[in-house]
Design a protein around this ligand. Sequence first.
Ligand SMILES: [Zn+2]
Ligand SMILES: [Zn+2]
Length: 241
Amino acid sequence: MKVYVVGTSCSWFKRNDTSFIIDDNIIFDMPSGSYKDIIKTTDQNKIEAVIISHFHSDHFADLAYLVKFCMSYAEGRKEKLRVYGPKGILKKLIERNTAYELNEDERSEEEIQKAVTFIEIEDGMTFKEGKYNVSVYKMEHGKPETLGFTFKEDNGKTIGFSADTCYCENLEKIVSSSNYAFVEMTLLHQSKSHLSSNEFVALSKKYEKTKIFPVHTTDVAQKFAEENGLNFLHDGEILNF
Ligand SMILES: [Zn+2]
Ligand SMILES: [Zn+2]
């Protein structure tokens, strides 16, 4: 698996919001402001699938631009774009886009579905996307419902994505079953919706065999990662697993 790190941050910081491009054709989360960075490195016509963890703007907002591209400007796409996300994703997209981007005559479910296939996913599901067997986990992030994932290759190598979450059983399941995992470490202090730096460190120690990268960090959490020898990432970094 090749992972292009579009961003490492959460909102309000100069670094890009957390998002990844897998093998140049699968996008994991499309935060506000990510679209331009994604298309600087990836041919939009070759994007086959987008996975959305939840409907907060720093994970979902820029999906609208890729959907609009597929509806209006895409030429030579081999297949429809597949978008995986929590229940209600198409309705949520329309709701968000009544104010911008989609013209009035483009806002019906039928019009959008001519260009894009939406696949609603939930806890416990598995699906095949490209060469990966993807497993879906419900995370603990309050509302809206948030999903984490593992991507497993045929050779067994597994990469995990926690998305936004506090410490929970499914986070442990993702990390314990992954060789590499991108795990949120938003804050220094404990909270009901995000992981603290101490919890991140404890998780890394408990599952030593998994290489865990802190993402979705505030600037102070990113500084903590740098000062404490965690596997922190930079925007624009490319990892090959
Ligand atoms: Zn969130
Ligand atoms: Zn977030």
